[in-house]
Design a protein around this ligand. Structure first.
Ligand SMILES: C[S@@+](CC[C@H](N)C(=O)[O-])C[C@H]1O[C@@H](n2cnc3c(N)ncnc32)[C@H](O)[C@@H]1O
Length: 280
């Protein structure tokens, strides 16, 4: 069978069918146009994957991999599939590091999941001391494998108490926490619900994890250090308000994604109240 016929037979959008076919054939997506024919066995394997995809199984679970900025990570059941909109948060983090402490920075990613953000940061800007904190025992093996060889230190811990040895020393905290309000669970598309509950839901208002992020970043950051946190597109006002209410942050601002939706909040740790005071 010609590859184009096998792709059409799946009934999936062509870009998805092409990725599945490349996966079945074990070739790079760019090499697919060079494949002359698909064997019956490979066509059957493609059809089986396409059937699973049509029931809502995420494409990335079927191929076992996801792309994020300049890197690829292993994903599957038990770990959150990184989303393209989070690439902007990672880009902001790189801008902060390049404009500020650069290679001497201490960087902590909270809620690291597959480690896509940390892997991208460490690949695009090697040098800083990177730590990636994750609570889930199911996500942990993916995190360890995806960070192998990057120099990023994976940490299995609750972000609320993680890395106490870094308190007050961190230059940048970056985090994509769970932020879906429980109240919208029944309205979510089927493929989203393949992500673990711990990665998605954050209390009735979707802000429970962000409240922990505010406290954890206040504890970890040095004065002048930055935090960037992704949030639900309905939290464009409430997420910045949480940082403002803490009282220990300045330069609080919200950023939009490429579709114009409120997407992540940034804030800077205020100088300590007694900083600069003369000792009598
Ligand atoms: C939305 S996912 C983000 C994963 C990854 N950073 C990304 O952007 O693809 C949120 C992650 O936070 C983790 N998580 C939830 N509560 C946590 C906590 N208290 N401490 C550390 N990680 C937590 C979940 O297990 C999940 O992996």
């Amino acid at each position: 069978m010609r590859p184009s016929a096998a792709i059409r037979a799946t009934g999936l959008p062509a870009h998805e069918a092409r990725q599945l076919l490349a996966h079945v054939l074990g070739v790079d997506l760019r090499s697919l146009p060079l494949v002359p024919r698909v064997s019956d066995a490979d066509a059957a394997a493609l059809a089986a994957l396409a059937a699973r995809r049509r029931t809502g199984e995420p494409l990335q679970h079927l191929t076992g991999r996801a792309f994020f900025r300049t890197v690829e990570v292993e994903v599957g059941p038990g770990v959150f599939v990184p989303r393209p909109e989070t690439e902007l948060l990672a880009g902001w983090a790189l801008d902060v590091l390049r404009a500020g402490p650069g290679a001497s920075a201490v960087v902590v990613e909270l809620c690291a999941g597959s480690g896509a953000i940390s892997r991208a940061l460490a690949t695009e800007l090697p040098g800083p001391e990177y730590h990636a904190v994750e609570l889930s025992g199911e996500a942990w093996p993916y995190l360890v494998r995806n960070l192998a060889g990057t120099g990023v230190r994976p940490v299995l811990a609750d972000m609320a108490q993680a890395l106490p040895e870094l308190d007050g020393r961190v230059d940048l905290v970056v985090v994509n926490p769970p932020y879906v309000p429980e109240s919208v669970r029944d309205t979510l598309p089927a493929d989203v619900l393949h992500d673990p509950d711990l990665a998605l839901f954050a209390g009735s208002d979707g802000l429970a994890a962000l409240r922990v992020v505010v406290a954890a970043s206040a504890r970890l950051l040095r004065p002048g250090g930055w935090v960037g946190a992704e949030h639900d597109d309905t939290h464009g006002a409430t997420a910045p308000a949480l940082f403002a209410a803490h009282g220990g942050f300045t330069d609080i601002a919200d950023h939009r994604d490429l579709l114009g939706r409120d997407r992540f909040v940034v804030a800077r740790r205020a100088p300590r109240p007694d900083a600069g005071r003369m000792t009598p």
